[in-house]
Design a protein around this ligand. Structure first.
Ligand code: CU
Length: 154
C-alpha cells in the first residue's frame, strides 16, 4: 500500500500516528529500576548503574548503550583478582532469562561512559539509551549522585 503525502498528512492530523510510539514502548521487555550515576571529573569516564528485570516470557539481550553525553558508551564488568587488584573489561552483552533480574552496581557490572563531553554534576541527570538485540531501544534518565555514592540512595 502506497501512502501519498496527502494521506500521511490527514493521518497525522487525525492522530493515527500517535499510536506508534505507544507500540514501541510496549515492545520493551525489560523494566528498569533504581537508575543512578556517580558524579564525574573532567573528561574522565563516568559510570551508570541500574537494576534490570525481564518481564517477558522470552529471553532479552542487552547488547549496548548509547549516550549523547559521551563519545563512547558500553557495558563493563569490574572484577577483583586473588591479590585484591580490581580491573574492568567490556562485556559484549547481558542476557536476561524470562523473569530474571540483574543489578548493575559498583564493583560489578556497570554502564561506562567514556570521552565525556562534560563532567556529570551532582543534582543533574544523564540520559543513556539501552539497546537490545531485537532492535528495541529504551531511554533511561539517570540522576547524578555524589562522587562517593555507593548506591541509588546515595
Ligand atoms: Cu568501566
Amino acid at each position: 500500500m502506497a501512502l501519498d503525502m496527502k494521506t500521511v498528512l490527514i493521518a497525522s492530523v487525525l492522530g493515527l500516528f500517535s499510536v506508534l510510539p505507544l507500540m514501541a514502548e510496549q515492545a520493551s521487555q525489560v523494566t528498569v529500576t533504581e537508575p543512578w550515576a556517580r558524579a564525574s571529573i573532567g573528561s574522565r569516564p563516568a559510570a551508570v548503574y541500574l537494576a534490570l528485570t525481564n518481564t517477558s516470557q522470552a529471553p532479552a539481550t542487552l547488547t549496548g548503550l548509547k549516550a549523547d553525553a559521551a563519545g563512547h558508551a558500553s557495558i563493563h564488568r569490574t572484577s577483583t583478582d586473588a591479590n585484591g587488584v580490581s580491573s574492568m573489561a567490556p562485556v559484549g552483552e547481558i542476557i536476561l532469562a524470562p523473569g530474571e533480574s540483574i543489578k548493575l552496581e559498583p564493583g560489578g557490572l556497570h554502564g561506562m561512559l567514556m570521552q565525556m563531553n562534560a563532567p556529570l554534576k551532582k543534582g543533574t541527570s544523564v540520559d543513556v539509551t539501552l539497546v537490545f538485540s531485537d532492535g528495541t531501544e529504551q531511554p533511561v534518565e539517570f540522576p547524578v549522585l555524589g562522587i562517593a555514592a555507593k548506591g541509588p540512595e546515595g
